[in-house]
Design a protein around this ligand. Structure first.
Ligand code: F3S
Length: 383
């Protein structure tokens, strides 16, 4: 991979050991994937934040770094709500370690916005190059916003943030953004159907790039849930939807075609025992989703634990809605989520409206999980 003179000096260690390490990571990646050069990025989003997932080894690795990021950078969700961790029954020891991790990231110049929806805090421009790690945010940025990012790992996103560049390969290049399979969906999908279908398609697609023909145009929130599920059960980092997503017109229609319908997702809504927790906001809720939840909860009282996961920024910008929701007894949870917080583990059965949560909660929290529509989730919480 070609390095400029300035990049060479960083590689040789003239900007310190941390930047040297970061440059070594980027060069190694670039060499593996055949990048010709580094490309400047607009922002970075870094995973590996919850103490539950990175533990003491991760904390030590971040604490040893000594440099500042070169571009605006945010974090993925941490293991707890930084203000309400006691209400979540998080042990003090965990909270202490979690704060140490956040302070270590802050010392590098990273904003402590802990969210999987960084595009609500600062939306990237069409065509902007990014180094984002959260798979659902990668799918949204590439597909819905037309920005360009590979699915970064925690260390490579951090390395890119410290250098302000990422190797130019994969989805940074026009020729790798073309769809290679057409998927026709019969019937009209709504709400959690997108998570259900995304779950099934992710398993079929792995890292292919599908082009969808849908009978009904999806909302941005539905696209968010769709991409998150495909990225979780498979490794889809980019998809196109005919007449909806910004690059869908740029490419020829793929020859291979698969057809799916509502019948294929029926079994995803398997019923069973009553949940002892209902969790919404995977990925973190948008203002529109909050509005809808507030409307569904209006005049009701929550009788089963109900969490609504959002970014702190969205909470601060929507205080009136947050208060309305909290009046029902539902809990607004910031900085974290039902998957990366250990707080989920004390429950037996979780109801979600998200294909991604359906995939991860059973394996990462050891909690039985069922899928339902948002309406049914609220009904179950208030029955
Ligand atoms: Fe976000 Fe947690 Fe889901 S990080 S995408 S709410 S698993």
């Amino acid at each position: 991979m070609h390095l400029t003179r300035e990049e060479e000096t960083i590689y040789k260690g003239e900007s310190g050991a941390t930047k040297q390490k970061a440059m070594e990571i980027l060069v190694a990646l670039g060499d593996i994937y055949g990048a010709d050069s580094l490309v400047p990025i607009e922002s970075a989003q870094i995973a590996g934040v919850s103490y539950k997932t990175i533990g003491d080894a991760g904390l030590e690795w971040i604490s040893d770094l000594d440099a500042r990021v070169e571009v605006p950078s945010m974090l993925n969700p941490a293991g707890m709500d930084r203000e309400k961790w006691k209400d979540m029954s998080i042990p003090a020891k965990f909270a202490e370690k979690q704060e140490e991790i956040l302070r270590a990231y802050e010392r590098l110049g990273i904003a402590l916005e802990c969210t999987c929806t960084p595009y609500y805090v600062s939306p990237p421009k069409f065509g902007a190059h990014l180094a984002w790690a959260e798979s659902s945010a990668v799918a949204y940025a590439n597909s819905v916003l037309g920005a360009r990012t590979n699915r970064e790992g925690g260390p490579s996103a951090l390395a890119a943030a410290l250098i302000g560049k990422t190797p130019r390969y994969g989805l940074h290049l026009d020729e790798n953004r073309a769809p290679d399979v057409l998927i026709r969906v019969r019937g009209k999908l709504h709400d959690s159907d997108y998570g259900a279908l995304g779950y099934i398609i992710g398993e079929m697609m792995r890292d292919h790039i599908p082009l969808f023909e849908l009978s009904l145009l999806p909302t941005y929130d539905e696209l968010k849930a769709f991409g998150a599920a495909m990225a979780a059960s498979g490794a889809v980092a980019l998809y196109h939807v005919k007449d909806v997503t910004p690059e869908s017109k740029n490419f020829d229609r793929p020859r291979e075609c698969i057809s799916l319908g509502l019948d294929d997702i029926k079994e995803m809504y398997e019923k069973g025992d009553e949940p002892d927790i209902i969790a919404l906001g995977c990925p973190h809720c948008s203002p529109d989703e909050l509005k809808r939840i507030a409307r569904l909860l209006s005049g009701k009282k929550v009788t089963t634990e109900l969490w609504i996961c959002i970014s702190r920024r969205i909470k601060e910008q929507n205080i009136r809605l947050v208060r309305e929701i909290e009046k029902s007894g539902a809990k607004i949870i910031c900085d974290t989520c039902m998957v990366v917080s250990p707080a989920s583990e004390r429950f037996e059965r979780m109801m979600v409206n998200s294909g991604k949560a359906l995939k991860y909660v059973p394996s990462l929290c050891d909690v039985d999980t069922i899928l339902a529509t948002t309406k049914d989730c609220i009904k179950a919480a208030c029955d």
